[in-house]
Design a protein around this ligand. Structure first.
Ligand SMILES: [Zn+2]
Length: 655
């Protein structure tokens, strides 16, 4: 075995296609935007796997604080400035003569030069949120010029600088490809686990139609990992990889750059994260095993191209599309190599032993688990790709699976039995059963209809009407749905949608306050506001971006406003809303609009003057409206002192 491994290692050449510097600017063209010339650390890397997107840049650590100088990477001009509640928060875009655009996100402020200009525009437009696209000659910048300070604004979970380099076609590029010496990395990436998934009803891993995970162990060869056990499998398998990269001096788990898979020394799959078209970023949901991500929060990358994964240009073209075809009686070698941006690599090699392709077991010869016939059969259904999987506990020996469709019945034999569980596999391309039965136990399937990607289609299902666009789906969808009391259940949350599906819904009970009532999606124990528009016919129309359970809820409670401080220098409030969330806010002092900064993560609103030298005087009015149109107003005069905070409000939290 060791000899074989060594031989294979000699055959494996280092990858060539990722080593070419792909972007034509001289070395050192871009200045590192934080503390250039000093060692910096990353808390996030390019193309790292994030919920619903690949990370578009790098996250540079800022010593766990805000306020570090952010410097322009190269000469050019300010091409866009945005102020957003979420997303990148305060963000600056610079366009450079090379055609590249650099992006600096989650800024605390825009610095002494851009800051006052941004504030002026916010006052002109009477809006906290801003999207300003200056003309090319309006705001030139020099290389190294201060363009703001690092912060934690927008959808940032801690102080850092989000930094991107884009090309002139809107692709985001790996900034580390520009060879910044500020981020040293000679630590190889780590393979945490792999998974093998049978890709059709005739395939098995360890005798089962079940995705199975394994954790690598060290082999006798340095830097090469293997699996403790030989995998026994048959048919067509998909390999999945849970891996991360680490860099010097930090414990952060960052993303990989390249992955390559060989089956018996022949490359069957590879991808490289060098550049990504930003508009396809959500296709991460077909790049990763989305089901496992939704169920466990772990992002396994698929080392095969799933149906529907057609737009991402990161894959090398292979006829096999990464699928591992296992031949009966053969011993296959699988080699997985992963690289970080600095060409540090880690390799895993393991053996898959081919077993005979299973044929369905005839019902009468099936060795079922001997059980008392009075014991009820427990059925669990799931749909995997095109296969309806029915797992039966306590099935009578030899029992088949009966499928009903429009009153017609057909019976299928079990596929196999393992650990007292009888497993039935039915190809849904043959039709969608209404209900299924094993022994005396019957169950509805709630399968409604089959939808195909690239095809617009509609469906009336009970109280809901669904409209699919040609863009809605990645892959064939066997849609399930049902009304369950007040709850509308649609689809399987573990299946990704490529674009939204428009649902028009007649609630089962009359809604007394339609103006205050909206659609909420159940997420664990929370109900998340989705919104929706009421139609003249009394139905509500809303957009579904993720399948799940939907309810109508009324929010009649106004937001809560609490004054934190008020003086001629400025004022601050906390604002909260119990159900639908903060919608709009507006402050005036003596009928003059005042800019409010908003930090949704801390529920904070605070004033920012146009001219800091002019004290506030007169009457302060703050109006806050929630997403259901409930409003609250706070009024006070600057001449009267603010009430002393209640003792509870100033009590220190114990640590
Ligand atoms: Zn980031």
């Amino acid at each position: 075995l060791t000899y074989r491994l060594l031989l294979l290692l000699l055959l494996l050449s280092p990858r060539a296609w990722a080593q070419q510097p792909p972007f034509a600017v001289p070395a050192g063209y871009f200045l590192f935007p934080i503390r250039p010339g000093q060692v910096n650390y990353l808390s996030g890397s390019f193309a790292e796997l994030r919920p619903d997107h690949f990370h578009a840049g790098i996250d540079i650590k800022t010593q766990q604080r805000e306020g570090l100088d952010v410097q322009a990477s190269a000469a050019g001009y300010v091409s866009r400035i945005r102020v957003m509640r979420g997303g990148y928060g305060n963000v600056v875009y610079l366009t450079h003569p090379s055609g590249h655009v650099t992006v600096y996100g989650h800024l605390l402020d825009f610095g002494p030069r851009l800051g006052p200009l941004v504030r002026q525009r916010q006052y002109q437009q009477q809006s906290f949120e801003l999207d300003w696209v200056p003309k090319p000659d309006e705001l030139p910048v020099q290389r190294g010029e201060l363009i703001g300070h690092s912060g934690n604004t927008g959808g940032s979970a801690g102080p850092h600088l989000h930094y991107e380099i884009r090309d002139d076609r809107g692709n985001v590029l790996d900034p580390q490809r520009f060879r910044f010496s500020e981020v040293p990395d000679n630590v190889p990436p780590v393979i945490e686990a792999i998974a093998l998934r049978p890709l059709d009803a005739r395939s098995r891993v360890g005798g089962r139609f079940e995705r199975q995970e394994a954790v690598p162990v060290r082999s006798t060869i340095p830097d090469v990992w293997t699996l403790a056990d030989t995998v026994r499998a048959s048919g067509t398998l998909g390999l999945e990889l849970l891996a991360h990269d680490r860099a010097n001096g930090t414990a952060n788990k960052n993303g990989l750059n390249c992955v390559e898979v060989l089956l018996d020394e022949v490359e069957v799959y590879s991808h490289a994260m060098e550049s990504l078209p930003n508009e396809f970023s959500q296709d991460i949901n077909v790049h990763i095993d989305y089901v496992t991500f939704q169920q466990t929060g772990r992002s396994f990358q698929r080392c095969y191209l799933a149906d529907g994964n057609t737009r991402l240009p990161i894959y090398r073209d292979h006829a096999a599309r990464g699928r591992l075809r296992i031949q009966p009686g053969q011993v296959h070698w699988v080699t997985v190599t992963i690289w970080d941006t600095f060409q540090n690599r880690t390799r895993l090699m393991f053996v898959v032993k081919g077993e005979p392709t299973p044929s369905a077991v005839p019902a009468d010869s099936l060795a079922g688990t001997p059980v008392s016939s009075r014991q009820p059969v427990v059925l669990v259904q799931s749909v995997e790709e095109n296969t309806l999987v029915v797992r039966a506990r306590a099935a009578p020996p030899g029992a088949g699976l009966t499928l009903y469709k429009n009153g017609q019945a057909r019976t299928e034999p079990a596929a196999y039995t393992a650990d007292g569980e009888t497993v039935y596999l039915f190809d849904l391309r043959r039709g969608l059963p209404d209900s299924i039965a094993v022994g005396a136990t019957a169950q509805p399937t709630y399968l409604l209809r089959t939808f195909y990607p690239g095809q617009a289609a509609g469906l009336v299902a009970g109280r809901a009407t669904l409209a699919f666009s040609a863009e809605s789906l990645y892959d064939t969808l066997y849609l399930t749905g049902r009304q369950r009391g007040e709850r509308l259940e649609l689809g399987t949350p573990t299946l990704p949608l490529r674009a939204g599906v428009v649902v028009t819904y007649q609630p089962p009970v009359s809604v007394p306050l339609p103006g205050k009532s909206h659609v909420y999606r159940l997420e664990g124990t929370r109900e998340r506001f989705l919104g929706g528009q009421w139609q003249p016919d009394g139905r509500i129309r809303f957009n579904v971006r993720q399948w799940g359970t939907f309810v109508i809820r009324a929010d009649t409670t106004a937001p809560r406003i609490r004054l934190l401080r008020k003086s001629p220098e400025g004022f601050a409030f906390t604002v909260t809303d119990e159900r639908s969330g903060i919608g709009h806010f507006r402050a005036r002092v003596d009928s003059q609009w005042v800019l409010l900064q908003y930090d949704y993560k801390r529920n904070l609103l605070w004033s920012e003057k146009l001219d800091p030298a002019v004290p506030f005087s007169g009457e302060l009015t703050l109006e806050v409206t929630d997403n259901s149109g409930n409003g609250a107003t706070f009024r006070a005069d600057f001449s009267t002192p603010a009430p002393a905070p209640k003792p509870a409000a100033v009590r220190r939290r114990r640590r």
